[in-house]
Design a protein around this ligand. Structure first.
Ligand code: BT5
Length: 327
């Protein structure tokens, strides 16, 4: 992982699990002077990390600030590629915009861009995505799978399954459901939006930019008026404040597993996982596409991830992309 020395020292404290570490010992491990170790620890303290002194033994890390620092994420990662390179920003316009730039400049498969806040967070069709500072997960994952451009939309479904399973594995009281194609809802309110973009030539994907926005620690009053009745956060649903770094790492762990599954075995195994997590299938819906509004029963997704809607006259329509309202 591309960590600075300061981040490596932090990672060492995080993985020490409460065992004291002496400045002398750290100096030897990292091959630098005690003064240099001290300086890095001082910077970490300025950033909000708190160390306690254990007499004659060294220091333990006792408190971490509420930030999604790369070393904290990496402490919980079990991946080979995803998150092995993380670009962290306090503020940015959009992690997608940065992702495009990095991908065009050769960023490696699995590169993650993460920000505490975005001033121009974007949804599909250039809609605005509200990204409250320090309260959510606003990240883009660059992946470079060997797939064709028409397969790109299926990755939205792969990502949705990864996010739902990560949430379910961590929080007991939350029952997330996927609303085709790119939303995750809890009790009918949106907590996650996914935006998949690509850089491609006609017959080859060069990079997929997977944008994931998750409301984590907002309270109702943190949402704009427009979102008050339609959005929720994991914290509202779980009724406690949650550690964003653990959730990010867990999502990346699931996402690597499911993208590998997709690349090796195609969409079929993902389809099964998706159907288990879907809140759309079996419901009456209204789908607004660029060309028409279709009302009917959502009966399933095809082997390509396309939604099938049965109209009242029995006709079955296939929808490639739409905004869905559940009735
Ligand atoms: C999405 O679009 O749901 C995709 C959102 C992707 C956001 C991530 S954050 C990291 C990465 N960087 C970015 O710049 N973007 C990605 P769509 O299906 O078009 O939904 C957009 C609609 O969701 C808006 O028109 C609002 O109604 C609603 N919305 C906006 N912000 C929201 C929020 N924080 N929580 C819930 N709903 C929101």
């Amino acid at each position: 992982m591309n960590l600075t020395l300061k981040d490596e020292i932090l990672k060492r404290f995080l993985s020490a699990n409460g065992e004291p570490l002496s400045v002398q010992q750290l100096g030897e491990e990292f091959g630098i002077s005690r003064t240099a170790i001290w300086k890095h620890m001082q910077t970490l303290q300025d950033e909000g990390y708190t160390f306690d002194t254990i007499k004659k033994k060294g220091y333990v890390l006792v408190a971490t600030p509420d930030r999604v620092d790369p070393p904290r994420i990496s402490n919980y990662l079990a991946t080979k590629r995803l998150g092995q390179s993380i670009h962290y920003f306090e503020d940015c316009t959009s992690t997608q915009t940065i992702g495009h730039e990095l991908a065009r400049n050769g960023a490696v498969d699995g590169t993650v861009i993460i920000a505490e806040s975005q001033s121009k967070g974007k949804g599909r069709m250039a809609r605005h995505w509200e990204s409250t500072k320090g309260k959510g997960i606003w990240m883009t994952v660059i992946i470079r799978p060997n797939v064709l451009p028409h397969q790109a939309p299926q990755f939205t479904l792969v990502v949705a399954v990864a996010v739902v399973n990560a949430i379910k594995s961590l929080y007991k009281h939350i029952h997330p459901e996927i609303k085709w194609p790119n939303d995750i809802l809890i009790n009918g309110k949106k907590c996650t939006g996914i935006l998949t973009e690509m850089i491609a030539e006609i017959d080859q994907v060069q990079a997929l930019l997977i944008g994931i926005g998750i409301n984590v620690n907002q309270q109702s009053s943190d949402f704009s008026e427009e979102l008050q009745n339609i959005a929720t956060s994991l914290s509202i649903e779980e009724n406690e404040s949650l550690d964003r770094a653990i959730l990010i790492a867990t999502i990346l762990n699931y996402l690597e597993k499911y993208t590998d599954l997709y690349v090796q075995h195609g969409f079929s195994p993902i389809k099964i996982l998706w159907e288990e997590a879907s809140g759309t299938i079996g419901k009456r819906i209204r789908a607004t596409t660029l060309r028409e509004v279709i009302e009917g029963l959502a009966i399933g997704i095809t082997e390509d991830g396309i939604l099938e809607i049965q109209l009242d006259n029995g006709e079955i329509k296939r929808v490639y992309s739409a905004d869905i309202e559940l009735s």
